[in-house]
Each structure stands twice: as structure tokens, then as C-alpha cells.
Design a protein. Sequence first.
Length: 331
Amino acid sequence: MSGRGTVVVARGPILEQILDDSWPLWGDGLSRQAYGQWNAAQLQTPWGRQHLARVALVDNGRLLASAKRYRFALRLDGRVVPALGIGAVFTPPAERGHGHAPRLIEHLCDEAARDDCALAMLFSEIGSTYYERFGFRVVPHATSDVLVSTKDGAPAVLVRAGDERDAPDIAALHASRLERYRFGMLPDADQINYSVARKRMLAGLDTSGRRTLEYFVTEEGHKAVAFVLLQVNRPGRPGEPEGWSLAACGDRDPDGARVGAMLQVLLARHPAERHPVIRSWWPAGFAPPQLDIARRGLAAEIMMIRTLDPAVRIDPWLGEDETLYWHGDAF
């Protein structure tokens, strides 16, 4: 990229400038110091050290554009596909309008293709038009309200807090359910633990106390056979219900009855309180009998993918009911 900048891993003053510039957009309520700690801590997890980097396009020490670069595995039409993830694309205001972000995106895609990645993936918060210019296409996915049927008392289901030892079982649950869909994330145990740790650190660094992370499993024979991962958002005003973002869940049984029972148990902890508003990126065809899934519409975070290997064809294109992708897997 001679004459148009060089792509480097962001460190030192360049990294601090990226964090300064991006904090107002993606700080998510954290202080600037906590935002820096949160980003650094993600890179120190076992998965983050191997699969995540903050990269920058620079020219003589001047920051032109930046992004997060992820490497992970997806499942597409029955095959495991190495993939590039692109997140947090950002151009400093003074450098906009010169094509720096497109050059950085193309560099990341070219680099990934040389490393045998077959797909590139990103989530857009600015619509699809900008990234369609670079060959990305929308994979539609919906957000839904999750309504839990409850009765007096709670089901006789043992629910305990999840921890790192459960990650291999949770990864196996993901892989098993993904076989019913054309496309989705295929996380390993380290990625499962990264996803949980990332959300747990975000909640812990938020001194407002407005959110917590709750991670529960049900086990049989000392193995996790179902799980739920919830981000709990405290109400802003008295009398309002909590908001539960169901970041991910899974069940060894196809009907998902354990997941439904687990949510009933969690609601029964506070029987006198109003039920929380539960929302999720809920996949088609997953219907625990205790739940009523009410589709709200397409998610605001637009999932987009681009093929990097000419041998990988997506034909027909992916439909909304053909993907299994939880909000907890987004980046």
C-alpha cells in the first residue's frame, strides 16, 4: 500500500487516538478509561490473543482509518468456512472523503483471502448501501419478543451458573443445532468463553450498575445440556420492567424445552415483579413449548457477507429462516 498508507496493528499513540475518536460512538456508557480497559481486556483473553486485532491504516504516523479484524469459523451449506470479521470501521473526521476506509477494507479482504479465508463478514449500523459497494450482501435476520408462559411455582429443573468448564459442551450444542441451518457461527470453546467474558467485562466496568450479565446452564451427567446467556438492563424509571437481551441460548433436545423451563425458573425468582421485556435474535424453527416468539422485524444491525474465494458460491442467496446467528455472536 505504498503511497496510500500502511496497515499496522494499532499500538501506543495510534491506538489511543482510535479509542479517543471511537469512544463517543461505541463507548456504550463506559468512561473513556473503562472503554480502554474493556478493549485491552478483550485482547488478553485466550481467544482474543489469537483471533482479534485492532488495525490501522497510517501514513507517516498519521491515522487515516481503523478497524477491528477477527478470524473465526462459519458453517455454510454443510461445510466449515474460515472467515474474516470486520468491525468498528472508523475514519477520523479530518481524513474523511479520501477513500481511506475502502482501502483498509480491501486490504483486510485481500490479506484474508491469501490466508485461505473464504468469507468476509461485518455488521453495519449505517444501512447496506456503503458496504454493497465493496461486494457485501445483506443476510436478513430478525429481532423478536420472547414471551414466557408461567404458572404458579417453577419447573423442577436444576439451573446453575455457567462457567468456563461448560464451554466445550456449549460449543457442541451450537454445532448440533447449526446443522439444521444453511449459515451460522461455529464457535469453539475459547470463543464461547470470549463471548461471555466480553459481556461480563462490559457490565463490570459500567459503574452505573444499569446492567448485569447472567449465564446459566442445566446439566445432566455433569455435562451442560442447555444454557441461556442474558444481558439484564435495569429500568430507567420506577415501575418500568427490566429488559432482558437474550444474547444466546441452546438445548441438546431439538424442541428446546429445557431453555423454556430455564426461563420459567429465572422468572420465578421474583414472582411479585413485572415480567421483563425479553428480546432476542431468535432463529426460525426453534420453538420451545413454553415460549411464544413474536417477530418484531429486521434487526437494526445489518449482517453482511462477501465471498473471498471464487469456489465458494452462495446460490440461492441466504434467506432469513436459513440462518442461526445470535446477538451474542455479533462483533
